[in-house]
Design a binder for this molecule. Structure first.
Ligand SMILES: NC(=O)c1ccc[n+]([C@@H]2O[C@H](COP(=O)([O-])OP(=O)(O)OC[C@H]3O[C@@H](n4cnc5c(N)ncnc54)[C@H](O)[C@@H]3O)[C@@H](O)[C@H]2O)c1
Length: 113
């Protein structure tokens, strides 16, 4: 049994890099993974790799810097993974400050820096 068997994991920025690696690892460890990103094609490619390896994943379009996108992601996750929703989902956000530390984080608001 995987370390996160049956849990729901939302991975933002999951279409490439660290996010894609996290999404793939979580799926391998048994999580139902929701990949969100502004790169829809990249997200779909990661979903395809996870499903081909026997895992379960879906992708949703989300720009994490737009606060209004968040409720839709949670609602779509609940709707599409309802069978697992009773288990507390967790959100892994790997988009932080971009490569220039002087630029503001794309995620604004309380609790983010
Ligand atoms: N502190 C460190 O040592 C360290 C090391 C490596 C990376 N990082 C940081 O970690 C983060 C991820 O790095 P990476 O190499 O995986 O980057 P990456 O560019 O490969 O992946 C980032 C993903 O986020 C997506 N994305 C960008 N803006 C978005 C937005 N507004 N909404 C939704 N998705 C968005 C991109 O489409 C991409 O798929 C970056 O912010 C990077 O600066 C920090």
């Amino acid at each position: 049994m995987g370390q996160v068997e049956g849990k729901v994991a939302i991975v933002t920025g999951g279409a490439s890099g660290i996010g894609a690696a996290c999404a793939t690892t979580l799926a391998r460890e048994g999580a139902k993974v929701v990949i969100t990103d502004i790169d829809d094609a990249g997200a779909q490619t990661v979903v395809g790799k996870i499903v081909a390896a026997g895992g379960e994943a879906i992708c949703l379009h989300q720009d994490v810097s737009i606060e209004e996108h968040w409720p839709g992601v949670i609602e779509a996750t609940e709707r599409r993974l309802r069978a697992y929703w009773d288990r507390m989902p967790f959100v892994l956000t790997v988009i932080l400050r971009r490569h220039h530390p002087t630029q503001p984080s794309p995620i604004q608001g309380e609790g983010f820096s």
